[in-house]
Design a protein around this ligand. Structure first.
Ligand code: AMP
Ligand code: MG
Length: 503
């Protein structure tokens, strides 16, 4: 381990904010290219995640110092880092791109956090890499802050996700349709290995490399299965489990990822890439926000089906490792793929049961929950608020919940059925209310609030709306007096909300 000092050495490395312990670069030759971040002309720290820094075991003095700023802007590579761009392929909207890779991100290295978990430290938006193709490798401030806000919001909601450690502006413009302030996000992840990383190796016919990658992913993410009788099959099953649980979680909170390409699906089961994602206000199963998803491939209700589609792509890269007999391997993997939807539904139903305050299982629960979703859709009710206000109904005031529905009578009828079911459910009223308030957020990243925060930051150098929103989203289950506007959906508008792949 290197001792933390604040002096620069002769190689323009500075004090080790991070105690790097890099394994990707040591083990996975062929899956990366070494490269350096581009310098920023006038870096400025806009946001820093103190809680996460603490979790990572960073020196509390150094992280928002000048030394920290130089690192988080890409101006200086910290001691112990081995900057590299990872290679990956990906099925984008169904079509295969054999080489995508980190076109605007650079992995600095890995650290072991205070909980002994290995975490990647990555700069996003720090300039061109060998994978940049026509892109500039940069990120605009709006997209950096969007990822920070929604990612941290997801974390507070209890959803596995990559995290945001720091956001800096570079002092340089990036050119999109108009010049925009450039920024760099420091992203922290369990790893950045994606389904697309496997596809990258497979597309090159690098059998040994894909096997090495699989062994590495097992050791890093699923060490318990290393001794399974068929570790490669067990690995596939474990990724299926993590991803099924993740997508169920998204569905339970009304989150639409927006670009579930195989390069944006992690092996660890963390949510990654907050480009065109958004939360649904009014419940509608076919909701799409992304401007480029014209056929609704990644619509809210399609996400579970895409989960299976994506994992089938992963399975294809593992066939030869699962069994030397190809037919047998395909049969074994297909069995696992066939179990994915029931597995997803189990996670989803468990989540939904908690949301409506049930602690026990009854075969009729599925129908009860689906009927609630149907009347929400017909009644144009707000997804987040309906669930949150069910607890208020149990506390004796059904009015706020019923008024969310255009035809409140539909809710009244459902409420009677629900209350009958609740009566058979054995926990105390107090425990039930606690359960519900822990899983039904009052605050989500409402689209109009996110836009308001980003506009203030980008157009007016005003980070106050961002900070206010971030602080509300950091405690999404705790109602705070005076923060009512954060809980409300956007005022009615003629124009549907649109999101863009954030670059
Ligand atoms: P995404 O849609 O964010 O998952 O990105 C898909 C691919 O496009 C990845 O290989 C990115 O690295 C690449 N990419 C996106 N934006 C840029 C950019 N500004 N410069 C270079 N590559 C980019
Ligand atoms: Mg991506």
């Amino acid at each position: 381990m290197v001792k933390s000092t604040d002096t620069m050495d002769a190689h323009n490395h500075i004090s080790p904010l991070f105690n790097f312990d890099n394994t990707f670069s040591q083990n996975l030759e062929g899956f990366f290219v070494n490269c350096q971040p581009e310098p920023a002309s006038a870096p400025k720290l806009l946001q820093f995640n103190y809680a996460l820094a603490k979790e990572l075991g960073l020196d509390p003095e150094a992280h928002d110092s000048k030394a920290g700023l130089e690192i988080f802007s890409g101006n200086v590579t910290p001691q112990g880092s081995e900057p590299l761009a990872q290679g990956y392929a990906g099925h984008q909207f169904g079509g295969f791109a054999p080489q995508l890779g980190d076109g605007r991100a650079i992995l600095l290295g890995e650290v072991i956090d205070t909980l002994k978990q290995r975490r990647d430290i990555q700069l996003k938006g720090s300039g061109r890499t060998p994978f940049s193709r026509g892109g500039d490798g940069k990120a605009a401030l709006g997209s950096v802050l969007r990822e920070y806000l929604i990612g941290e919001g997801m974390h507070a909601l209890g959803v596995p996700t990559t995290r945001a450690l720091a956001a800096v502006t570079t002092g340089d413009d990036v050119y999109r349709e108009i010049p925009l302030p450039g920024a760099v996000l420091t992203r922290v992840a369990a790893s950045h290995i994606r389904i697309g990383t496997f596809e990258f190796g497979a597309a090159r016919g690098d059998v040994d490399n894909v096997r090495k990658l699989t062994d590495y992913a097992i050791a890093r993410h699923y060490p318990d299965i290393a001794n399974a009788s068929n570790p490669y099959l067990a690995f596939f099953e474990a990724v299926c489990d993590s991803q099924a649980s993740l997508v169920a979680h998204w569905m339970n909170i009304g989150f639409i990822h927006g670009v579930m390409n195989t390069d944006n699906m992690t092996i660890s089961g963390e949510t990654i890439d907050y480009g065109p994602c958004a939360f649904m206000d009014t419940y509608a199963a076919n909701t799409v926000f992304s401007s480029i998803d014209s056929h609704g491939r990644y619509a809210y209700a399609n996400q579970p089906k895409i989960l299976s589609w994506n994992l089938t792509r992963l399975a294809e890269t593992l066939v030869r490792f699962v069994d030397t007999d190809k037919d047998r391997a395909v049969e074994l993997l297909t069995e696992k793929i066939n179990m994915l939807q029931p597995l997803y539904e189990t996670y989803w139903l468990a989540g939904m049961r908690s949301k409506i305050g049930l602690s026990t299982e009854n075969p009729l629960d599925l129908e009860l929950i689906n009927d609630l979703l149907s009347i929400m859709e017909e009644g144009h009710a707000d997804f987040t608020l309906v669930f949150r206000l069910l607890a208020q109904a149990l506390r004796g005031d059904s009015k706020p919940a019923r008024l969310l529905f255009e035809e409140p009578v539909a809710f009244d009828i459902w409420e009677q059925r629900w209350r009958t079911r609740i009566e058979q459910d054995g926990i105390t009223a107090e425990t039930r209310l606690q359960l519900m308030d822990r899983v039904n957020p009052i605050y989500i990243p409402r689209n109009h609030k996110v836009e308001e925060a980003l506009t203030a930051a980008v157009n007016h150098n005003d980070m106050i709306p961002f900070s206010n929103l971030l602080s509300v989203l950091s405690h999404p289950f705790d109602e705070v007096l005076g923060k009512e506007s954060y809980a409300r959906p956007a005022p009615a508008s003629d124009a549907p909300y649109r999101t863009y792949c954030g670059t």
